[in-house]
Design a protein around this ligand. Structure first.
Ligand SMILES: Nc1ncnc2c1ncn2[C@@H]1O[C@H](COP(=O)(O)OP(=O)(O)OP(=O)(O)O)[C@@H](O)[C@H]1O
Ligand SMILES: O=C(O)C1=C[C@@H](O)[C@@H](O)[C@H](O)C1
Ligand SMILES: [Mg+2]
Length: 175
């Protein structure tokens, strides 16, 4: 039975790489953010506003436990999920965990064009966004680093880079 959890900061490529990786392994792909959105018929942004961050994190933990029971699956978590409760321990106990590590400059480049969909980043100017990413990584890296594998996901800009990353990740996980 294969159960893989991909973690990392927003824009690290959990969804992009997760989807391609699952396709390669012929496994279903579950993105925790999307799963929550479908289950509650609300966007992550709406869930955040409605319940506040604490309420969102509680729900996210419950949903992680739900998808964490699926078998033969590639799961990508939300960017914050590993950093709350004992979520990282839960994932380590129940599957293979991968931290998608990406240089802050690369995250900044990706997120400045895609910040509107991410409630935590909305409305931030460039300088502020860059600083925010650096500070967040300082706080979150100790959690992400508890993953069993660390994978550099700096290069995910086009199909060919994504394909190469899929192969490298397959080697790393010996699958
Ligand atoms: N060439 C590119 N130029 C700009 N942005 C890009 C490019 N390639 C990917 N991105 C963006 O980088 C991000 C990386 O992908 P992805 O959405 O998979 O990250 P994620 O880890 O799932 O983030 P989140 O935790 O927010 O869901 C996406 O927002 C995507 O729009
Ligand atoms: O990094 C975070 O805290 C988040 C990342 C996204 O995947 C979403 O789960 C949400 O926008 C919060
Ligand atoms: Mg995603």
């Amino acid at each position: 039975m294969i159960r893989i959890f991909l973690t990392g900061y927003m824009g690290a490529g959990k969804t992009t790489l997760g989807k391609a990786f699952a396709r390669k392994l012929n496994l279903p792909f579950v993105d925790l953010d999307w799963y929550m959105e479908e289950r509650f018929h609300k966007t992550v942004g709406e869930l955040f506003v409605e319940r506040g961050e604490a309420g969102f994190r509680e729900l996210e933990k419950n949903m992680l436990h739900e998808v964490g029971a699926f078998e033969d699956v590639v799961i990508s978590t939300g960017g914050g999920a590993p950093c709350f409760f004992d979520n990282m321990d839960f994932m380590n106990r129940n599957g293979k965990t991968v931290f998608l590590n990406v240089h802050p400059d690369v995250l900044f480049r990706r997120l400045r064009v895609a910040k509107q969909q991410r409630p935590i980043l909305q409305g931030k100017q460039d300088d502020e966004l860059k600083e925010f990413i650096i500070r967040a990584l300082e706080k979150r890296t100790p959690f992400y680093s508890q993953a069993q594998y660390v994978f550099n996901a700096d290069e995910l800009e086009d199909r060919s880079q994504i394909e190469k990353s899929v192969e490298k990740l397959r080697d790393l996980l010996k699958l």
